[in-house]
Each structure stands twice: as structure tokens, then as C-alpha cells.
Design a protein around this ligand. Structure first.
Ligand SMILES: C[S@@+](CC[C@H](N)C(=O)[O-])C[C@H]1O[C@@H](n2cnc3c(N)ncnc32)[C@H](O)[C@@H]1O
Length: 217
């Protein structure tokens, strides 16, 4: 079941964990300025390296850690039925104001549990989210994502690389680790794309995009 609206259901709310302590205050406090930054670039500019691998719409997609909704809205415009999952209420509010699109359903939820979400999903996108996951949460998160994918479903994980900032919990996670976790969860590597420039123009930040596929059945 997918929840929409702003009240977490006791049965579907994810445990707060490290998100609350290390990330939520940052995103809650900066929601307005982050919206300007995130919305200053297009989905196509950010994810151009993997666009050819997206499943053909109409299809069911989820944007996990959807932030201010740039990618969820773009996927909806491309013809997907989109579940936008975002744990920080302040970001969800900005996103829903900026992108009032009927084919995007907003829900509260966070990795690794994502209890509010159910599959099967043809496309799951994590854009600049995996860097916030503690090492112990990564394997359960990958297992959960793999379980949500439909046969032949695609998982796209973009990784911010470089020295992490110190004002929020963040890790520099290499693509090799994500690929290995994906393979352990039964997924197959499709592509690792490298982009040595940051679309937001920041120094010393570069990106990798990992694309994994669940086997057809
Ligand atoms: C850098 S922002 C990226 C937002 C958006 N995906 C984009 O590309 O513009 C990171 C996002 O991940 C979310 N996030 C952090 N930890 C998360 C978790 N454990 N599960 C789901 N989302 C999480 C944050 O709330 C935030 O919206």
C-alpha cells in the first residue's frame, strides 16, 4: 500500500534511525535554498548518462529520497506513474507546491525499510541518496530495493563522490560497493557511468551512476 498525505501511518512508518540524527535537520532547515539549487538543473542534464536505459512508459516508477521533486515530476512528464518517497516533511511540502502533478503520489518513507512502499516497480531511482546510508543499512536497503523491482525492472543509483561535507552525515561510497551489494541481492549490472563534473558546478565533486536490473522471469 502506498500512503499519500502528510501523516505517517504507525504500520508503515520507518524507524527514524540515523536519518533523524544526521540528515533530517539539515534538509529541513535548508529546504527552501536547496529547492532553488536542485530545481536549477533538469532531470535530463543530471541523468543523461542513463536515460537510454529507462524502461518504456507507461510504467510504474519510484523516486526514493525525491527531495524537491525535480526527477519525480520529470518522470511523470515522460509518462510514468510515479511514487515519490521523501522522509523530510519540509522537502515534501516544497515539492508538492512546485510540482502539483496528479501522476506523482507523495509518501513519507526512508531506506532501508521503505515500509510504505509496495512493488512491483519497473523503475526505481535514487538520485544522490545512497551517500546518506550508514554502512550497516546498505545491504538491507539493497535487498529491499531488489524485492520491490518487477522482473526486468531497473534500479538507478547515482553516487556523489569526493570528500563528504561535515555538516550532515554523508559517506563517499564507490560504485563497486553498490554493484557488489546489488549482485548479492540478485541483480545484474547494466552500466556504471562516470561523470567527472558536477551539474551544480561544485568543485571536487564527481558522480557515478550505477544501473542494475532484475532478471526477467
Ligand atoms: C541530496 S538530496 C537529493 C534529492 C533528490 N533526489 C535530487 O536528486 O535532487 C538527498 C535526499 O535524500 C533523502 N534521504 C536521506 N536519507 C534517506 C533515507 N535513508 N531514505 C530515503 N531518503 C533519504 C533526503 O531527505 C534528501 O531528500
Amino acid at each position: 500500500m502506498v500512503m499519500s498525505g502528510e501523516s505517517p501511518d504507525q504500520d508503515t512508518a520507518d524507524r527514524p534511525g540515523e536519518l533523524t540524527a544526521g540528515v533530517q535537520p539539515y534538509y529541513a532547515h535548508h529546504a527552501g535554498s536547496l529547492a532553488e539549487r536542485y530545481e536549477s538543473v533538469s532531470f535530463e542534464a543530471v541523468h543523461g548518462d542513463v536515460l537510454d536505459l529507462l524502461p518504456p512508459p507507461p510504467a510504474r516508477a519510484a523516486d526514493i529520497g525525491a527531495g524537491t521533486g525535480r526527477d519525480a515530476a520529470a518522470l511523470a512528464r515522460r509518462g510514468y506513474d510515479v511514487l515519490a518517497v521523501e522522509p523530510v516533511p519540509e522537502l515534501r511540502q516544497v515539492a508538492q507546491r512546485l510540482h502539483p502533478i496528479p501522476s506523482v503520489s507523495w509518501t513519507e518513507g526512508s531506506l532501508p525499510e521503505l515500509r510504505s512502499l509496495s512493488g512491483p516497480l519497473d523503475l526505481i531511482l535514487l538520485s544522490a541518496v545512497w551517500m546518506h546510508l550508514a554502512p550497516a543499512d546498505r545491504s538491507p536497503a539493497m535487498g529491499r530495493l531488489a524485492g520491490l523491482l518487477a522482473p526486468s525492472g531497473i534500479l538507478v543509483i547515482s553516487l556523489r563522490r569526493g570528500e563528504p561535507p561535515t555538516d550532515r552525515v554523508m559517506y563517499d561510497v564507490p560504485a563497486e560497493e553498490v554493484v557488489s551489494l546489488g549482485e548479492t541481492a540478485g541483480l545484474h549490472i547494466v552500466r556504471v557511468a562516470e561523470n567527472d563534473t558536477d551539474s551544480l558546478g561544485r568543485d571536487a565533486i564527481w558522480w557515478q551512476s550505477v544501473v542494475l536490473r532484475r532478471e526477467a522471469q
